[in-house]
Design a protein around this ligand. Structure first.
Ligand SMILES: C[S@@+](CC[C@H](N)C(=O)[O-])C[C@H]1O[C@@H](n2cnc3c(N)ncnc32)[C@H](O)[C@@H]1O
Length: 335
């Protein structure tokens, strides 16, 4: 494929995350210069006169960007924007995602579930802002990138879910293409009332939930009273009804493979607990944490969180804001 260059790239964000994205880019020392901006849409100009963006410039993982595209510029009609993509030498007939700023957020236009692209597939994106403003962009699909238009899965939460956390888990699984199967056992800190637990049980995965608060009846239907008598023939839920700091080896038993946390605690507290749980359960191979921040600009501290997880032995670490998040990020770590 020819090296494709442009003076601009654009990022799609959640509404309200634009400033945090700019801070993140600045802290990473990328040299990108802020250019045009709208809600949910930030464009950056190339760092210097002789240094252009290419499709490879999009490899920088930016937590605040749900999608990063090489910009092909603005058009007055959707046909014109699509034309720019189709005429581009890097484009080989792959999907063209349609995204629109509507309902005060950047969302995909069609709800149909798309096939996951393969690594290296070149994908077009057309962003609609109004009757005469359409932006065209290109990106290459790669691991840990959302397969969905604008990073918006449009997954619908079942009515029986006791909380929106169901949606956050499902969106993270889709975004990162997580390999979660009924062979896994998950420990989740901050599990009440049980949206995540419900999503995992529906996937056939057993869960040890740690939280002093009450669980919803819909997940208690699968509850077992003692961890050591966990059944082998059905997914189960064991409620360890205490604060995370008081949970011990006996509560976990053997075979835990994933650590998850949705506690409303600081990143430092959550990562410290993650370290303790990984020591108690050495088979933990994946970590999925919802970080709740008081201010999104705390994203500039992300290297500290990555260092904490690297010290535990994790090698593939990603921080990502999902379309269903507000002042939150998902922190993923795999061995
Ligand atoms: C946002 S809610 C979690 C939602 C839940 N994951 C779900 O799927 O419905 C945050 C939870 O964290 C719990 N929490 C806060 N600090 C905690 C701690 N130190 N140990 C355990 N749970 C904690 C709270 O009791 C609360 O239920």
């Amino acid at each position: 494929m020819r090296a494709i260059e442009s003076e601009y790239i654009f990022a799609l964000t959640n509404t309200g995350s634009e400033r945090a994205l700019k801070l993140e880019v600045e802290t990473m020392g990328l040299g990108w210069r802020l250019s045009y901006q709208r809600r949910g849409f930030v464009t950056f100009k190339k760092p210097s006169s002789n240094c252009y963006f290419s499709l490879c410039s999009l490899d920088h993982p930016l937590a605040c960007a749900r999608r990063l595209c090489l910009s092909l510029g603005k058009s007055a009609t959707p046909e014109d924007a699509e034309g720019k993509i189709k005429l581009h030498p890097a484009y080989c007939g792959g999907p063209i995602h349609q995204v629109k700023f509507a309902n005060r957020k950047m969302e995909r236009m069609s709800g149909e579930t798309l096939e996951r692209p393969k690594t290296g597939d070149c994908i077009g994106t057309v962003v609609e802002f109004g009757p005469e403003e359409y932006w065209a962009g290109l990106h290459l699909h790669s691991p840990y990138l959302s397969p969905d238009p604008g990073g918006d899965s449009s997954i619908v939460m079942p009515e029986k879910s006791p909380s929106r956390a169901w949606l956050k888990l499902e969106e993270a699984v889709r975004f990162f293409d997580l390999d979660l199967s009924p062979k896994d056992i998950v420990v989740e800190l901050g599990c009440a009332p049980g949206g995540v637990v419900l999503a995992l049980l529906q996937r056939g995965i057993s869960v040890i939930g740690v939280d002093p608060a009450q669980m919803a009846p819909v997940v208690l239907e699968s509850a077992i009273l003692e961890r050591r008598y966990a059944p082998l023939d059905r997914p189960w839920f064991y409620h360890c009804c205490k604060p995370a700091a008081l949970a011990g080896k006996r509560d976990l038993g053997k075979g835990v493979t994933w650590f998850m946390s949705d506690m409303n605690q600081s990143p430092a507290v959550v990562i410290k607990e993650c370290e303790r749980f990984c020591k108690m359960s050495p088979n933990i191979c994946g970590v999925l944490i919802t970080l709740k921040l008081t201010d999104l600009s705390q994203v500039v501290e992300k290297q500290q969180w990555f260092d904490g997880l690297s010290a535990i032995g994790f090698t593939h670490i990603r921080l990502q804001q999902l379309s269903v998040h507000h002042k939150e990020f998902t922190l993923l770590a795999l061995r």
